[in-house]
Design a protein around this ligand. Structure first.
Ligand code: TYD
Length: 133
């Protein structure tokens, strides 16, 4: 499985950094931004795939692990640098875990929220991937 890490452009000087995400940083039109915070270290988030939604996950603060499954392979990516985001394509199962204290995960998404776009059952996901190969 190809892991797509996106380097987020920054403006850097002695006063610190500004990370800037404009539309050309991601391969989709940005329609929504949301963020996970105050996540207990024992929590497992995600546990679903999206039929069409594409997302860029950015660890604004702290760290967490993202487990990605494409129906064949499984890869775990640790996100802990605010200038490196993980691009997740559609049809990829994801689980987010091991959140550090104070971790903030910003999600830049290609569409507004739609429950119809979610696949929340892993067996349904495997069938969906097979059918859409
Ligand atoms: P979900 O995407 O399952 O959370 P995570 O993947 O972070 O574990 O969303 C959790 C709940 O919040 C679910 O009931 C849907 C709702 N939700 C919205 O209403 N709008 C949103 O933009 C998001 C991301 C979730």
């Amino acid at each position: 499985m190809e892991i797509q890490i996106i380097e987020i452009p920054k403006i850097k000087n002695s006063k610190g950094n500004i990370g800037v995400i404009e539309n050309d940083v991601v391969p989709f039109d940005i329609k929504r931004v949301y963020y996970l915070y105050d996540v207990p270290s024992s929590a497992k988030r995600g546990g679903h795939a999206h039929k069409a939604l594409q997302q860029l996950l950015v660890p604004l603060s702290g760290s967490f692990d993202v487990v990605l499954k494409d129906g064949t392979e499984e890869v775990t990516v640790t996100l802990n640098k605010p200038d490196k985001g993980l691009l997740i394509n559609s049809n990829i199962w994801r689980e987010l875990e091991n959140f550090s204290s104070g971790a903030v995960c910003m999600v830049i998404a290609s569409d507004v929220y739609s429950e119809d776009d979610y696949i929340r059952d892993y067996n349904d996901f495997l069938e969906y991937v097979k059918a859409n190969k």
